[in-house]
Every structure is written in C-alpha cells, then in structure tokens.
Design a protein around this ligand. Structure first.
Ligand code: BT5
Length: 255
C-alpha cells in the first residue's frame, strides 16, 4: 500500500469485496496462524458488529471497515487499553489527513460535531493468563450518504465527507491510521500505556463533562473526572462519591 511506513502492521493485507465482519475473518485467519500485524479490509460488511451484539452499518465503498491482528506479550487485563490506544491513533490520523477535529468519547467512540464517526471493537483470545491474539476492529464512516443511513441511526451518525469539502482519500487515511497504530503500540509495548493515556486525555470529549453512565448493573449521572491507569473512567456522582466505570455506555449530557 502506498504511503505505509510500518514495520509489521498491514504488511500482510487481506482485502475483501464483501464479508460478514472483518473481525470474524481475521479471527479465522488467526486460528490458521496469520502473521502478527495482519489487516483485513472490506469494502462492505453484511454483519458488521458493535459491542454487546449490536450491529455496525457498513455499506459498500462508503467507509473504512477493517481489523488488525496483534499478538502482544502484555497481560490480558491490559487489553481494554488497546481500544483507547486505537481511538488515539484514529483521531490523530483523521485530524492530520482530513483536518477535522475528531474527539474521543469513552470508551470506544470517535465523534465529530458530537456525532458518531468511528466505532472500535477489540476482541481477545486468551488462555492461562496469556493473550493468544487481539483483533482490533475499526469502522470509519468516510462518505456514507446521510439518506443511506438507517433512519434510527441518522440523528447520531456522521461521515467525514459531511464535514470536509472534496473527496477523502481512503487509502491515505487507512495508511496513516496503521502508521499511528503501530507507533503507539510500539510505545505501549516498550514503556507501558501511560504516554498513550496522556494523549487520550488530550483528545477526550468526555473528561470534565456531565455524563450519564449505563453500567451493566446500574445507571447514574455525575461528572467524568479522569481515566485511571487501567483505562477505566472515574465519575464523581452527585452525592460526592466516585465510581470507577470498567464497562458500559456513557452519554454526555448537554451543558
Ligand atoms: C461500536 O460498538 O461502536 C464498535 C463498532 C466496530 C465496527 C468495526 S467495523 C470493522 C470491524 N468489523 C466488525 O464487525 N466490527 C468492527 P458500539 O459502541 O456497541 O456501537 C454500536 C452502535 O453504533 C449501534 O447500536 C448503532 O446505534 C450505532 N451505529 C451502527 N453503525 C453505525 C455507523 N456506521 N455510524 C454511526 N453509528 C453506528
């Protein structure tokens, strides 16, 4: 791929016209011993996946729907931070290539003008306290026409093309995302995730905001204070107590 400056990320690429889900394709390749850094890119996904069995709308030729296979030596409990790392890489690449101020909403969304531009789904295969592999799936709406978006998603979804004039170069954007994924991943493997979490804070739209948290076991409102060293979100509730959110959905409340 032109423009790619990586050592191993994207050096093996599987390009498909149509798949159910690029994460599923890559998991099958991983089971057949595909190389670390293998990427699967699809023009279209017929069964694109979000978290918690939700779907990801992935129409033909209108986005970057792709997944990356990684075989890290860090512990399984570090894996959720790969989602934060990927969001940082995507935001930086979008800002540089498209000149739009994308921001990160904890934990896995990239927003533009308050609407969802990118979704990230990290899946892990691990056993005996060891990661076999991670599959990081990234969906970027590049030029999905607004009237093509299913009606129920329309008010909350956006594409890069909605905010920039002219054509977005999908290949250049993909190459830049892969470049940053590799450089941040190298930092994380060498020095830990600390520097990545600092960069995440700079790109965050969540911190300092009033939020509503829908966690698996409860729902509450509060102020998003910070992320801790595990990547969990700390929320100060109205009664002054601080909750640590490991998983869940967070919506930002209007000021
Ligand atoms: C996500 O889940 O945001 C993770 C999405 C990951 C998609 C990539 S594409 C490549 C790879 N292969 C896959 O099969 N998946 C990954 P979550 O936070 O659960 O958000 C899902 C919700 O986002 C849905 O329930 C919809 O409300 C909304 N949504 C679906 N498609 C969208 C789109 N194209 N743009 C904006 N919002 C969308």
């Amino acid at each position: 791929m032109a423009h790619l400056h990586t050592r191993f990320v994207g050096r093996a690429i599987c390009y498909e016209e149509s798949v159910t889900s690029s994460n599923e394709v890559l998991k099958k390749l991983a089971d057949k011993n595909a190389a670390d850094g293998t990427v699967c890119v699809a023009e279209e996904q017929t069964g694109g996946k979000g978290r918690l069995a939700r779907g990801w709308f992935s129409p033909k030729g209108k986005g970057l729907w792709f997944s990356l296979l990684l075989k890290p030596s860090f512990l399984p409990q570090e894996a959720p931070k790969m989602t934060l790392l990927s969001a940082v890489a995507v935001v930086r690449a979008i800002r540089e290539v498209c000149q739009v101020e994308a921001q990160i909403k904890w934990p896995n969304d990239v927003l533009l003008n308050g609407k969802k531009l990118v979704g990230i789904l990290t899946e892990m295969s691990a056993e005996f306290g060891h990661i076999n592999y991670l599959v990081v799936g990234i969906g970027i709406n590049v030029c999905v026409p607004h009237d093509m978006v299913p009606e129920e998603l329309r008010p909350a979804a956006i594409s890069i093309a909605d905010a920039v004039e002219g054509k977005v170069d999908r290949v250049a954007l993909l190459a830049k995302v892969l470049d940053y994924l590799e450089s941040y991943y190298d930092i994380a493997c060498r020095e830990g995730f600390g520097p990545i979490l600092d960069q995440w804070r700079d790109y965050s739209i969540t911190l300092g905001k009033q939020v509503k948290v829908i966690a698996p076991d409860k729902t509450y409102v509060g102020t998003a204070l910070d992320i801790d060293e595990t990547g969990a979100l700390q929320v100060k509730k109205e009664d002054g107590t601080v909750e640590t959110v490991l998983a869940g959905d967070v919506s930002i409340r209007p000021a």
